[in-house]
Design a protein around this ligand. Sequence first.
Ligand code: HEM
Length: 349
Amino acid sequence: RPEWLQQFWTSLYRQASQNQLPRPPQRPVPRIEEPKPEDVDQVHEKEKERIAVPKDVVSPPLPPPVVILENGINDSPGSPREGQTTPKASAAIPSDSVPAFTLSVPELAQQRQPQVEEKPTPAVTSSTSSTSMMMPPPPLPAAARGSLPANLLRQPGTSTLPLPPSSGGRPGGGPLPNRGPPSSSSGGGGSSLFPPPTHSTKPAKPSRAVVLTPGHSPLDWARLSGHPTADLRGLPKDTPYLRVTPSLLKKMTGRKGKDAWMVLGGRVYNITPYIPFHPGGEPELLKGAGRDGTKLFGEIHPWVNYEGMLAACLVGIYVSEEDGEAAAAAAKNGGVNGAGGGGSMEEMD
Ligand code: HEM
């Protein structure tokens, strides 16, 4: 028995012998009628007799600890204390029995063991998985596999946990992730450990960008053309936007001392000041000079915002010959002179 239990019984024994045993809590009894005073006195007398301690009984010296065995016997027969008149300790509330707990772990383990083994799962191949409900260990790295015996290595496709029927026996379960069409470089079946391609397998085109001369970076062009008063049209100051016909456009190729004009999206731009700033180089840019370069431009860099970049270079709009001639005639009749002569370049209204 633990030491504290022995001390408890000892102190209880001492209190009982000195008649200091704490009284059990009295339950409130519903009183139906008021008792008479004499009845109360009788009850008190009886109570006194019941709990009275004989006068000749004095507090004995502290006895050795009482050993209470499980079978209810307080002491072994024949012990020196047998027959003593010392009141024995008793429970304050005898009806309240102390609950006893029993922890028989081996018994439980024996009961559970057959339950697990009763239902062997078909996918279980490891001998350690019959009693373990934990997750299976992670797969060994390739370097460690080589140094282990074959019976310790888990075969690919097997698991220590049962597989759900929806997985079709595939370890991992769930639907296959959509990673696009299988590429031929990964073995064809997608079973390789190589990650799937994240972008087109087409080889990237070699860059055709040129090295720009100092002071002609895109930022320099933005600073030059973005100024509010910037005028890069190559026309006399305050010249209104022009109607440009095909016959005039084809003369503006950047050669023979003339500026290079290019049609982009129905508008005519003077691309001459932009030539040293063009990242693709002068020859590439001049491919669209004196003609409609909308298609060519879109094939190379459709993401380039030409409208914003060339706003200061806007000459006018691109019109057909008929529209240009009609505009020239109307301008003549109205007294407005064409700026370029020959009736092919007319100012807009
Ligand atoms: C139709 C005539 C044009 C042709 C043939 C042309 C051609 C090219 C080429 C070959 C490149 C190099 C692409 C590369 O990095 O590999 C390029 C880049 C570039 N061009 Fe043009 N270009 C033309 C007109 C223009 C015009 C009018 C502008 C200005 C509005 C312009 C602005 C640019 C810009 C900003 C880049 C750099 C694009 C980038 O790095 O993403 N190009 N161009």
